[in-house]
Write a protein that binds this ligand. Structure first.
Ligand SMILES: [Zn+2]
Length: 190
C-alpha cells in the first residue's frame, strides 16, 4: 500500500540517488495526485519532508513524538504521548491518547478510534493539510503496530523508506524492484 509520508520522504536526495526529486510544481503534482491533495509550494513541502525523515529515523516513541507532534499541531487534535503507551493497560495494541481538550472520542474502543482524525474546523493551507495527513498516517501506524513499521529499505544501496502496513509486518524492501534485485544478487553470490 502506498504511503504519502514515504513517497514524500523518498523524493529527497539520497547518497545512492543524489538528484532532488521535488524540483517544481510538476513533481509536486505527480506526488500528490494519487492522494487527492492540493499542491503546496516546493519549499514548504521540503520542510515537511525533513521532519518526516526524522520520524523514520526515530529510535524510540519519544523521538517519534518529537518528530511528528509539530506536524500534527498544524491541524490535528491528536498528539503522540510516549508515556501514554507505556502505561496503557489492558489494551493489546499500544495506543496513543487524546490530548486534554482535544476532540478525539474519549474512551474509544480501539486504537484506530483514538487515532481517527477530526476534520479541522478552520481551513488548512495545502502544506498544513499534507503535513497533518502524512504525520497522522505514521503516528497511527506506529501507535497501533509498533515503531518498527517505519523502515528503511533493507537494500543497503537504496535508502528509501516505507511504511509497512502488511498484516505480518515482515516487509523488508521498499519495492518489488529492490526485492527482486536483492534476490538476484543473493543467488549470484550463493
Ligand atoms: Zn529499496
Amino acid at each position: 500500500m502506498s504511503s504519502l509520508a514515504a513517497d514524500l520522504v523518498n523524493t529527497r536526495p539520497r547518497p545512492a540517488d543524489p538528484p532532488e526529486k521535488l524540483t517544481g510544481p510538476d513533481a509536486v503534482a505527480a506526488l500528490l495526485e494519487p492522494y487527492g491533495l492540493e499542491p503546496a509550494p516546493v519549499e514548504e513541502l521540503r520542510e515537511v519532508r525533513g521532519r518526516l525523515l526524522t520520524a523514520f529515523e526515530a529510535r524510540d516513541m519519544g523521538e517519534l513524538a518529537a518528530a511528528l507532534n509539530p506536524l500534527l499541531a498544524r491541524g490535528a487534535t491528536l498528539r503522540l504521548l510516549p508515556a501514554g503507551w507505556a502505561t496503557a493497560a489492558g489494551g493489546s495494541a499500544p495506543g496513543g491518547e487524546a490530548i486534554p481538550g482535544g476532540e478525539a472520542t474519549p474512551g474509544g474502543s480501539s486504537a484506530s478510534t483514538r487515532w481517527s482524525l477530526r476534520a479541522p474546523t478552520e481551513e488548512l493551507s495545502p502544506a498544513d493539510r499534507i503535513a497533518v495527513t502524512a504525520a497522522t498516517e505514521l503516528a497511527a501506524l506506529a501507535a497501533e503496530r509498533g515503531l518498527d513499521r517505519l523502515r528503511f529499505c533493507a537494500a543497503h544501496d537504496c535508502q528509501r523508506v516505507f511504511a509497512d502496513t502488511s498484516p505480518r509486518g515482515d516487509r523488508r524492501y521498499c519495492s518489488r524492484t529492490c526485492s527482486t534485485r536483492m534476490n538476484v544478487r543473493r543467488h549470484r553470490s550463493g
